[in-house]
Design a protein around this ligand. Sequence first.
Ligand code: PEP
Length: 255
Amino acid sequence: MNPAKRRTVIAGNWKMNFTPDEATAFINEIKPMVAGKDNCDIIFCAPYVTISAAMKAAEGSNIKIGAENVHFEEKGAYTGEVSAKMLKAIGVEYVIIGHSERRQYFAETDETVNLRTKAALAAGMKVILCLGEVKEQRLSGITNEVVGMQTKLDLAGVDAEALKNVIIAYEPVWAIGTGLTATPEQAEETCGEIRKVLAAMYGAEVAETVTIQYGGSMNDANAAELLAKPNVDGGLIGGASLVAKKFTAIVDAAQ
Ligand code: PEP
């Protein structure tokens, strides 16, 4: 983390978990546990049907509720999709875009990730943009090339002003939901590489202000070491974001 230069963000990705009642109970449980821990932003990204209940439970607290995806069109014949205008209408500020599960199971490409990113930013939302290499790419030694290309393609047409509303989540795909965590050195190196690409695109001064999270089996046991690295500005957390005690320990590591 480097709080002098950029905001630390600890975000949960609930994925396809929690009904509205379960989300309400979870937020009511964790709210007092994270109260006053203001050295980082705390966000939970929820399934669409759960968002309103979670927001209501989080009212008046330091917890923000986001969405897990958004479509790039404002409205129309896109069965099953939700637009940025719809999310804004219910007060949602943050949205995850380009999660590896969307890329892997729902055929999202850098092109659609870029379209979704631009649409969300144009609607005034804040984007958590996920990218990262698969295991074979890391083993082949091309991680830097992969994340560099994703950064350039996913942010094509996003100017420096709009970039202020982008958080990047570096998520090595081999570490998501597997219990395998990148070492702090690997996380630092790749987050630093993404910052170098941002510097080439937007200038070093702008790149220094961008929050770059690490995601991939971050938990209460490894968060402190990962967050101690200067280019790791927070975490995007899946499994551990469903357990109040574990998530709170990660927030504590960011204080
Ligand atoms: C994620 O879903 O973005 C994630 C990092 O999951 P997990 O923490 O379970 O690996």
